[in-house]
Design a protein around this ligand. Sequence first.
Ligand code: IVH
Length: 700
Amino acid sequence: MYNEQQTKELITLTQKLKTELVLDDVETHINNLKKIINFHDWRYYVLAEPIITDYDYDLLFKQLKDLEEANPQFKTPDSPSQRVAFALTKEFPTVPHIAPMLSLGNSYNSDDLKDFDKSIKKLVDSENIVYTVEPKFDGTGISLVYENDQLIRAATRGDGVSGEEITNNAKVLKSIPLSGAFQEEGIQKIEIRGEVLIRKETFEKMNQARQAANEKLFANARNTAAGAMRMQDSGEVAKRGLEAFVYYVGYAVDGQDKTVLRKQLTSHHQTLELLYKLGFKAPMNEITVCQNIEEAIQACKDWEAKRDDYPYEIDGMVVKVNSLDQQEMCGYTAHHPRWAIAYKFKAKEATTKLLNVEFQVGRTGAITPVAKLEPVHLAGVTVSSISIHNEEYIQEKDIHIGDMVVIERSGDVIPQIVRVIPDARTGEETPVIFPKNCPDCATDLYRPEGEAAWRCVNQKCPSQLVERLIHYVSRDAMDIEGLGKSQVKRFYDLGYLTGIPSIYDLPYDELKGLEGLGERSVIKLETAIVKSTEQPIARLLYALGIRHVGKGTAKRLTKKLANLEDLKNWTIEELEAIEDIGPIVAKSVHDYFHDADNIATLQLLKEAGINMTQDLAEAAPSSNVLADKTFLFTGSLQEFSRNEAKAMVEDNGGKVISGVSKKLNYLVVGANAGSKLKKAQDLGTVEILTETEFLEMIGK
Ligand code: IVH
């Protein structure tokens, strides 16, 4: 339908229009929006291969609707805002839907939901609206028709008016009953809507198997489900682990062709209950009945917080008016029911353009390529810069400057480039050339065998020095407040900071004269620097920035160490004998403490009064009640943070591990615990504790 050239032009146009600024005259802008929305509809509904996120698509759609509303003279009957979707592929027979399969309106925050509530109250002329809240399953829509208790037809959503007849494929899904006792309920013919999806875990396993077999990986679960439902061979469909949730009845009549909706079936919840009873996968465990919009808002937020623990991909929640009578009063637009709205979660994936790649020198000399991106909103933050790790990563993902890239952020994880979109290439993209010399001091770069990173080996490289200083003063290291990144850079540029010991030799009187640094802030800075001299030696060891020595390793290394300087005398073997210290860390620590420059640094720090010793009696865990016990914390903790929990476990001689396995002794569960809890229960060997039970265990 769209050739390569058109595809390229439309992608460029999409990028331009995403800014939401009306750059041309309004009519041209509206026409352009229509063009690209039609194009993205086609990518999504026909090809099942979208190249922008739903979030971006929704914004474009909203932009079009708003502009058309403000300029009705430019609203035409062929606008995508005036209809449901797009044409069909020809592989399966096309069948008309009994009632159109509509989409949903969208909301993004509690204000949108409150506006929705206001409009419902007006439409039904009542203040008492009961809502239901259930997941918005991120799969592919399906319509199922049962007549005389038999499944007679299954169809894809298609353009909303007609879909592709895929009955044979639907029949292989075990979650879709082949027959149901509808007649006992007075229902002769019924059309049920739902969503076909693949469980996250199944999807991951499928991709692992494909990787092992050297096959191309599936991009995401939704497209895989959509593709699978349209495969010609239903035997293959059966292998894809597809499941179907049902969430709506579009049509239901009795033997006299009279509707039973709003008669036998009176509410959405009751309808789903009936379907559940008849063997359908209705989301009864997921649905919440809410007495008002505030409760519905809370349910949406609760789900957003635990979304990652839910076994299926969901991209939001659906808030529905529960009473079918009230639904009827609200009615429908051409696009969506007025009685329901999707509450969309913050996008975790976004598409943007890679503008350039810069190379940064880290504190250990590793060169990190950093992708500079056209700023894009992703899960509540604006992303304009992302580490792209190393040369191999760039090659593996085939990243070129100028590429359109898909970036992803899940939970608290740092955003990543998931893939590039080769379809979007214009031919002007250029390869990423890795430098041969340090971008700062021009020293030849060196890549140790078996390592991914190229390194600048010049210890005096200015970039490394600045990064080492930034690390030293950072919160988890020596925690010197008032000496942040920009201040460190400024003091370095002014010649006040020349190495770590120079922090303790700052000319405070001179600093008071600097712009933006008054008497008070300099006194504060001095206080913070003096205070840092008393930090425990585990922090100091971490702050020194030795390769492979993170916070945990520093703690382990200093556990039985009375004086940090003793490390100068330890052999590699002695270091390796420490619990959980491997050969790589041991060698790195040994090398550090046998380097003349580093010894000089330590000497200067000692002379500056930095604490180098600890009382071993105090450093030992405050108790050993958790000795040899492993812990994992899941869900949202109410009593303490994850960091505090870890510290408490370690203080009592226990250990925190990262996953549920046979090695785990205790799982401490906060609110809304999900898959980890289930896994632990299934294992049967893990003891489950509440936060209070955990505190009691350590005598708090
Ligand atoms: S209700 C008239 N409920 O999301 C009935 N839809 O973006 C409207 N979807 O077309 C649909 N989960 O394919 C409804 N719990 C849910 C849903 C859901 C996923 C899909 C459905 C719809 C699309 C709109």
